[in-house]
Design a protein around this ligand. Structure first.
Ligand SMILES: [Zn+2]
Length: 241
């Protein structure tokens, strides 16, 4: 009987990694994609750039112009392409819930980098838009934040946030961006770190950070599994990639 059951479950759930390799739900090669040093990607997220200072004429600090800096540091495990993209999609849309744990283990060093020596942070999942949550029937970034709390000193807490589209007529960045409204209270007890699956331009992160900071929160940064773009290797000191 047990033999029949194992044969049957083998038919229902073939052991296959999202990359297509058979024999394991996560092959060693794909597991390796999650065990890499986190990379700062905020400099390549257009929507996260804010004007830091401007110079009317050339100074020792640089030529005339405007300096930008990112609204917050964002750390990612790699580029959203190839097998890493297949992992994220399999987890998010393909029902492969077991991938949350290895993704969280991969992101744990990123949480430590954002809060080294500081008070234990509170991990806040970036909400999906409502229609995406309804389609999937669950809040997958919440699941990732909880898995991350289990392998770090942090705790996770959801925050009431309503996402919408950016209002028109409030500048180019807002026009192509998103908006977020805080509908709940900011969790206390430590600085906040946002948790998301993928960052593209950073417009959702920007909206969420602005809403949380307006509500009095200290947001240290964000950790994401993958980024649509990575900085050029020369721009990442100490990176082996
Ligand atoms: Zn694989």
């Amino acid at each position: 009987m047990r033999h029949i059951a194992s044969e049957t479950s083998g038919l229902i759930v073939p052991r296959e990694c999202p990359c297509g390799r058979e024999g394991a739900f996560l092959c060693t090669r794909c597991a390796g994609l999650l065990r890499v040093p986190p990379v700062r990607v905020d400099a390549v997220c257009d929507a996260l750039q804010i004007v830091h200072r401007s110079r009317l004429r050339e100074t020792p600090e640089g030529p005339a112009g405007v300096d930008h800096r990112a609204l917050l540091p964002v750390l990612a495990l790699g580029e959203y392409s190839g097998d890493l993209q297949r992992l994220v999609l399999g987890w998010k849309n393909g029902g492969l819930a077991h991938l949350a744990r290895p993704m969280a283990q991969g992101l744990a060093p990123a949480v430590a980098m954002l809060c080294s020596g500081a008070q234990a942070p509170v991990l806040v999942p970036v909400p999906s838009r409502l229609e995406a949550q309804l389609r999937r029937g669950e809040h997958h970034t919440g699941e990732l934040a909880r898995a991350l709390a289990r392998c770090t000193s942090a705790r996770s807490s959801t925050v009431g946030l309503r996402l919408g589209h950016g209002q028109r007529g409030h500048g180019a960045r807002e026009r192509r961006g998103r908006s977020a409204v805080l509908t709940g209270t900011v969790p206390g007890g430590g600085p906040l770190i946002l948790v998301d699956d993928v960052v593209t331009t950073g417009s959702t992160l920007r909206a969420v950070v602005q809403a949380l900071r307006a509500g009095g929160a200290e947001v240290r940064g964000a950790v994401v599994v993958a980024s649509a773009r990575l900085p050029a290797p020369a721009a990442v000191p100490g990176s082996s990639r």
